[in-house]
Design a protein. Structure first.
Length: 188
């Protein structure tokens, strides 16, 4: 993993994605800060850097397909797939809907999902792991084994234990504390 790229993305996340205010997270927990990774991921350097750096983690685990719950997983999945293509690595992506669509093909899992590939879930920011575990449950209902969960940012609020209990390896690029420290340093 390129240390300069890792620092550049950290600085971008700290500048564009970190907010201090009281709010409720997807997990239902109250928090005094929020990391909105999409604000950095939808900038060209954020998309590129997140893809390259997360791809390093994914490739190390031998993953052949990944995705997660819409909408948190979408930009990070897309960034990783683009990086895999640049590196000639065979990786496909998908996303999981909260509910089966009532129209079209009526699928809960959309994209290039293939039941024969080594599968992982991914999300931008993970707190308790609830959204990723919803995705895992939907995937497992198809008979596919999920081996690993990935996060761009790990908040440190229970996901490690939840993924271990679900039999998943868990890898992340940054902790929330790293983002907060970079944000604080940039304010001086």
């Amino acid at each position: 993993m390129d240390a300069n790229d890792r620092r550049a993305l950290l600085d971008l996340l700290a500048r564009e994605s970190y907010f201090e205010r009281k709010l409720t997270l997807a997990s239902g927990r109250a928090s005094n800060y929020y990391i909105d990774c999409k604000r950095a991921l939808y900038l060209p350097p954020g998309f590129y850097l997140a893809g390259e750096l997360m791809f390093d983690l994914v490739r190390t685990e031998g993953i052949e397909q990944l995705g997660g719950m819409a909408s948190g997983a979408l930009p990070v999945t897309d960034a990783i797939i683009a990086a895999a293509y640049r590196h000639c690595y065979d990786l496909v992506g998908f996303f999981v809907r909260k509910e089966v669509k009532a129209h079209g093909l009526q699928q809960q899992i959309e994209g290039a999902f293939d039941g024969k590939r080594r599968t992982a879930v991914v999300d931008d920011t993970i707190t308790t792991g609830g959204s990723s575990l919803q995705a895992v449950a939907a995937i497992r209902q198809t008979g596919v084994t999920v081996t690993t969960a990935f996060a761009l940012v790990e908040r440190g609020e229970g996901a490690v234990a939840a993924f271990a209990e679900a039999g998943l390896k868990y890898r992340w690029l940054y902790t929330a504390e790293e983002i907060r420290a970079a944000h604080t340093a940039s304010q001086k």
